[in-house]
Design a protein around this ligand. Structure first.
Ligand code: PLP
Length: 360
């Protein structure tokens, strides 16, 4: 099998599994319990908090563990107030949860980027809360979040960024970005499902989604998913120490893939000129439905996605490509390859061989 769908989810790193297993077997205590098993669980959660904090350059007290990226995004939006603005290319966990604010939609250009002049126009409408993702899950496009934050901070506008796809694929420093809230998810960084985090600045007042036992500084009640949090911590540590090697590996595979794709006459690579994650290629083959190619590849043991995995099953064209001014017909051709450092050049070559008949 060739797994090229790493933006949908990643396999568990063996070292993550090893770290998690004891907390599913013998160390099953509740972190709120005072006895020794409880204390062991509590200190494991605190180690994970330090590891996640180190990944994004914050203090451990700024990390609120959640069940994943969707909950982190919902928690951020639940803490929004007044006039809310979100970009046109956000993940559904932002645009669905922000709907209740009837948000201003921030346009992107043909490369999928929010331009400084668009942000200047936005500021003139006096928003109170803005959410723009750091890297897009479909195109891999990286927004200039630090520049946008500098503009918004001057006007005291609260700024959240969804960094779920960015961490582990590029350096992410909360401080350098200058945002007030940032979302993370464990299963996109080889850490297993069921854990994520919202990183918050001290200036932020959080409105919890769940009330109860007061875990996570009262921001997220509910007994902690200890094993998943431990896995997230280990994955964060590895994502930090191995970032350079992983980036280099992913970029060399992507360059190889894009060079081969460029030789196929009917292929268009979307947002190719924008700054992008080193692992993501979204492309289309003229006149060929992406969903059809996906199914054919699946029969040959190759896993890719057409547009966003979170919306697959729908036949609607990707809202991200539509926002970039791509026609609905062309948007339907989209096929997303999202690589991992664990992929190989041989897999890229096999993939090219399989799609070549459609692309010439
Ligand atoms: C950009 C982005 N944000 C949020 C999420 C949701 O994260 P989770 O699956 O951990 O709920 C995803 C998942 O696809 C994503 O790609």
């Amino acid at each position: 099998m060739i797994y090229f769908d790493n933006n949908a989810t990643t396999p568990n790193d063996e070292r993550v599994l090893e770290a998690m297993l004891p907390f599913m077997k013998t160390m099953y205590g509740n972190p709120s319990s005072v006895h020794r098993l409880g204390r062991i669980a509590k200190s494991a959660v605190e180690v994970a908090r330090e590891q996640v904090a180190a990944l994004v350059d914050v203090q451990p007290s700024q990390v609120i563990f959640t069940s994943g990226g969707t909950e982190a995004n919902n928690l951020a939006i639940n803490s929004a107030f007044g006039r809310v603005a979100i970009s046109a290319v956000e993940h559904s966990s932002i645009y669905e949860s922000a709907k209740r604010f009837v948000p201003e939609i921030i346009a992107v250009n043909r490369d999928g980027l929010c331009e400084p002049k668009t942000i200047t126009e936005l500021i003139s409408k006096r928003p109170d809360f803005v959410s723009i993702m750091l890297a897009n899950n479909e195109t891999g496009v990286i927004q200039p979040i630090a520049e946008i934050a500098a503009q918004l901070n001057e006007h005291g506008i609260m700024f959240h960024t969804d960094a779920v796809q960015a961490v582990g694929k590029m350096p992410v420093s909360f401080k350098k970005l200058g945002v007030q809230m940032l979302s993370l998810s464990s299963h996109k960084i080889y850490g297993g499902k069921g854990a994520g985090a919202l990183i918050v600045d001290e200036s932020v007042s959080i409105s919890p989604l769940f009330l109860g036992g007061g875990q996570e500084q009262n921001y997220r009640s509910g007994t902690e998913n200890v094993a998943a949090i431990v896995g997230f911590g280990k994955a964060a540590e590895l994502a930090k120490t191995e970032l350079d090697a992983r980036q280099t590996r992913m970029l060399s595979l992507r360059t190889m893939l894009e060079n081969k794709l460029a030789q196929l006459s009917k292929v268009t690579i979307f947002a190719q000129n924008a700054p992008r994650l080193p692992n993501t290629v979204l492309f289309g083959i003229d006149g060929v439905e992406g969903e059809m190619v996906l199914l054919k590849l699946d029969q040959r043991g190759v896993c890719v996605s057409s547009g966003s995995a979170c919306t697959s099953g729908e036949t609607e064209p990707s809202h991200v490509l539509l926002a970039m001014g791509i026609s609905p017909q062309q948007a339907q051709t989209a096929i997303r390859v999202s690589l991992s450092h664990q992929n190989t050049p041989a897999e890229v070559l096999e993939f090219i061989e399989l799609i070549t008949p459609y692309g010439v």
